[in-house]
Design a protein around this ligand. Structure first.
Ligand SMILES: O=P(O)(O)OC[C@H]1O[C@H](OP(=O)(O)OP(=O)(O)O)[C@H](O)[C@@H]1O
Ligand SMILES: O=C(O)c1cc(=O)[nH]c(=O)[nH]1
Length: 224
């Protein structure tokens, strides 16, 4: 039985056209029948609400951390809104920071903006597909004294990572690969399975459901 907060989040995401069905090319090159675009939460109210969804799920996860970090670009408004929501709605005032994709060579210089990287950082991003973005963040953190406490995304697409299949013939999920290589928890507000369950509860969504099933057979992993 899908939890109510997941349904609320999916309805909110579709209303804001963050969750779309169609044909989309992903960073990994995979052609997907659905796409989550966090860039469409582009009003003050929508971003504030999105931040609250993350903050509630982060607090419920029990992950311990000292600061928040959002990978450029979409992670930047996300981490800001999560920091505000944690402070305003949970009384938790965390330092937050993000990276520049292009290193700045004048003024203050460098790739980091915001709080200095110290202690254990919780990484905030929108989606994990093949795990490339998170591996890039891990490489940045390897240049610092800070560590990664965990990763929190809105959507776990529950797809195969980049590694070879294991002995039982199944590839590991991207999230499993990230969890294994970084040794930290990776959590999401919703997963692909939640989207499928949510489509099943609505009339006239058989075509979208069928496209999701076909994609899952090709790139999906059964567990989360
Ligand atoms: O798990 P992965 O296969 O890496 O895919 C997911 C990543 O891809 C997108 O970022 P991208 O770097 O494309 O763009 P952005 O600048 O819009 O954040 C998305 O925001 C995730 O960070
Ligand atoms: O894998 C990606 O590139 C990707 C998938 C998705 O659903 N949303 C997104 O922004 N990127």
């Amino acid at each position: 039985m899908m939890k109510n907060y997941k349904k609320h989040f999916l309805r909110f995401a579709e209303q804001r056209q963050a969750l779309k069905f169609g044909e989309f090319t992903l960073k990994s090159g995979r052609i997907s029948p659905y796409f989550f675009n966090a860039g469409t939460f582009h009003t003050g109210e929508a971003l504030a609400r999105l931040g609250r969804h993350y903050a509630d799920a982060i607090v419920e996860s029990g992950i311990e951390f000292d600061m928040l970090f959002g990978p450029a670009y979409k992670g930047i408004p996300l981490v800001s809104s999560v920091a505000v929501a944690l402070a305003e709605h949970h009384g938790l005032d965390y330092p937050w920071a993000f990276n520049r994709k292009e290193v700045k060579d004048h003024g203050e210089g460098g790739w980091l903006v915001g709080a200095p990287l110290n202690g254990r950082a919780l990484i905030i991003d929108d989606v994990i597909t093949a795990g490339t973005a998170i591996r890039e963040v891990a490489a940045l953190f390897a240049q610092t004294d800070a560590s990664i406490a965990g990763v929190f995304v809105a959507l776990d697409r529950q797809e195969q990572g980049q590694g070879a299949a294991t002995d039982d013939g199944k590839a590991k999920s991207a999230i499993q690969e990230v969890q294994d290589s970084l040794g930290v928890p990776v959590r999401s507000i919703v997963s692909m399975e939640d989207i499928i369950g949510w489509l099943d509860q609505q009339p006239d969504r058989e075509a979208e459901r069928a496209a999701m099933d076909a994609y899952r057979v090709r790139y999906g992993v059964s567990e989360s």
